[in-house]
Structure formats: C-alpha cells, structure tokens
Design a protein around this ligand. Sequence first.
Ligand SMILES: *Cc1c(COP(=O)(O)O)cnc(C)c1O
Length: 485
Amino acid sequence: MKLIFEKSSPGRGGVRIPEDRISPEEVIPAELLRSEPAELPEVSESEVVRHYTRLSRLNFSVDTHFYPLGSCTMKHNPRACEKAASVPELCETHPLWPQLRHGGLLTQGSLQILYSLERILSEITGLAEFTLQPMAGSHGELTAVMMMAAYHRDRGNKKTHIIIPDSAHGTNPASAALGGYSVVTVPSDENGVMDLEKFKEAVNEETAGVMLTLPNTLGVFNPQIRELIDAVHAVDGLMYYDGANFNAIMGRIKPGDLGFDLCHLNLHKSFSTPHGGGGPGTGPVGVCEKLRPFLPISRVAKTKDGTYTLDYDHPKSIGYIAPFYGNFSILVRAYAYLLMLGREGLRGTSNRAVLNANYLLEKLRGSYAAVSESRCMHECVFSGKSLGEGIHTLDLAKALLDRGVHAPTIYFPLNVPEAIMIEPTETETKETLDEFVTMMEEIMELSKTDPDALHAAPVTTPVGRLDEVAAAKNMDLTYTGDQND
Ligand SMILES: *Cc1c(COP(=O)(O)O)cnc(C)c1O
C-alpha cells in the first residue's frame, strides 16, 4: 500500500482556490513569503480521504472494538452529546466576550450551562460546590491537595503527610507530593481494601488527609469506610474521594453523604467524553461547605436579577488553576449526558456497569484466578498466574489484540502479581461479553498446549511486539518513506 507522499503526482489536487481572488503579496509581509512551494503531496481528494480513513482503522478505538481497559471506563459516548457540544452558539463563543445581556446573550447561555452543571455534580456527589476548571483527573487531584493545604494553613494546623493506600492510582501520590506533602502508604488487607489496623497506626495529628478511591482499583467497596473517615476527622484531616471512575456508584451513593470532604470526577471517563491518547480531559472538584472559601477563581455566580457572571472576590481562594472555565466543550457534553439520563438513567447506568463486571467475574472465575472471593463493583481483577508455563499477562494482552479486542489493563494494580483488570462498562451487550469469555478461555487453553503461538502474538496488527519502553520514551514519528518505520 502506497503512502500519501508516494501517491503524489505533479499537478493533481483536490480543491482549487481561484488564483485571481487571492494575492499573497497583499496580505503577507514580503519577508514571510515562501521562496519555494511547500513540499506537499499532490493528491486528489479521494486519495486524502482514503489515506486518513485507513490510518484511523490501524488503531483500536471504542467505535471499532470492545475496549475493556480497567480503570479507564472506555464506554460508548452518545452521539447526541457530541452534537450538543458542536452547536455553533456554544463552540464558537469566546471567553472574553461580554457576560452581560447587552451584546452578550451567548455567553449568558454558556455561563448558565456551567452554573447548572455545577449544581448537578453537587447533587450527585452530595458536596456543596464544584469548580469545573481542572483539565484532567490528576489536575483535579492537585487542585484538591492545594485546597487541603490552604484549609490547614488557614486553621493554623501543622500537617506534613497524606495517607494513600497501596492500590491507589499513581496520580494520587504524585499530586500529594506536588502539593508539598510526604506520602504515607498503607497496604491492603486480604480483602483488597486498606488495612484498617495499619491505617489507624498511620493516622496522627500531622495527617493532612487521606486520598481514597472507592470502590478501589481492585473494584472492591470498602465496608469500613465510616470508621476510616471518623478516624481522619478526629485529627482535623480531610477525606478526598478519587471519583475518576464514577460508573460504579453514580445515582446510588454520594461521597458527601459518606463523609468525604473533597472529590474529583473525570468527565472524560464516566460522563460522555471519549478519551485516550492524552486528552483532552476535565476533572471537576467538589468540596464540602467548610472548604468553599478555598475554591479556585473565577466562580460562576448568579446575580439577583437572574443573570450569570464570573465572580473573583474570594480572598481565601487558591487562585487560578486554569485559563477561563476549563475545557468547555467537555463540560457541555457532560451536561447534555446528565440531562439525557436523569436520576433513574444514571442509576441504571451504574447498575448495568456493575452487572456486566460481575458477569465477567463469574464467567472467568473458572479459568482465571480472581483476586477476591467477593463480588466486584464496575471492574474485576484477575491474576495471570494460572496461565501456562512461561506465559505472562503481557502475552495474553497481545493475543487479545489478534482477536479484535483491546487489551484490559495489565500489571495494575501493582499489588496484584500478573494483574489483569477488566472493565466492560455498561454499554456492552451480553453477546460481546460472551465472545470475550470464549477468547479468554481459548487463550488459557493455548497457553498450556501451544505457548509459542502466544509468544508470537500479535500477528494481525500493523506492528508486532515493540519495545514498549523505547516506543514511549524515544518516540520517532518522522516520516522517512520507509514503510517499515
Ligand atoms: C484515570 C484516573 C486518574 C487520573 O485521571 P487523568 O485524567 O488521567 O489525569 C486518577 N485516579 C483514578 C482512579 C483513575 O482511574
């Protein structure tokens, strides 16, 4: 298959711009004008369309493949939400347009969406107020840690560390450290939740707070959560809820009701924005009443006459953490999604997400070692230990690619040897799950009867086994004309 540059043929083209209507010399300063034409491929429109369509199909995506990547919630994103975000009145506004009614009706609508979305997120998390500005889950975590620090400074508390369980997402300790705290890691017990006794030993007057994922990254809900929260509050510590994957509990449990003081949500996981490949994201943070003064500015406010405005007058605020309102179009998608689902829809979504994960857990328990005896929440975790001699979880992941399924998350959580973490999400059918189970069983069988077939995988993808560290760290995307590049 020829690549786009090899297809170039002098004089061929797609759209032509009439030369008599544009005179580059008139609009571009002489010193910036090209002396030679750009070396672009000269191709027809159909060749360009085929080129990009072909490129898009070389990759795995939610639109083309089952994508059970644990802790990532790769679910189908309704196209209606995409449509809402592409309405010109929303996607063509500029944050510097006037907010008020004279000449500024469009920004009033945008501000109203932000205001209403904040209220809905407060409602489903049980927290007093939200900031929509953070641009990723990790950015939300850092924003939250900065607010924790501001709270403790304001109270004259001397706090030095944040407690984080060993099963946490890697961004938690990174955010705590960036926020100026040392990290105290508490191991998990045999049920896969933070060991309560070890936790109580770690909590003291210098505990600024605890960052917890619930259900945790093993897909287990911690039944001792109240006791844990009370111990932290007793030393004026703050409880942080990592709500990056809200699929398991949305519409059912509110972190605020459990006693959490802060929480971030990943709108690009649970709330209808496709993600992967590094963004864009949005990680709004909600806080309880006593942390309100520390929220970042600006805040969207509603005035007495019913108009919306940006409010900067919060002397204890941690200040700016992002330009303007964050990733606005993602916020619009989430708003459309939430309005579309409503209370019952949200609850149905988490019900099905949990049902699908438990279905896989029970179906696969026979062939793979499940990490926990109990039921799971929205994702299930296995160990690849029972694969045949010399076959590892990595080989399983590669073999799945050959069978048309994106690999689950592997080697995470770190506290599970040969971990396989599967999150089917609510948008997959029973038929898809059954096909997946059959593949997993077949691969287990092959690992014992024909291990070499698995060592060779993947054989159907554009590239075979790469040195993954080198591919990530020394990425070389320069086109040289060699198709093997
Ligand atoms: C994805 C995830 C994060 C980080 O979110 P980003 O938007 O990738 O920064 C944090 N915690 C958990 C549990 C996650 O799954």
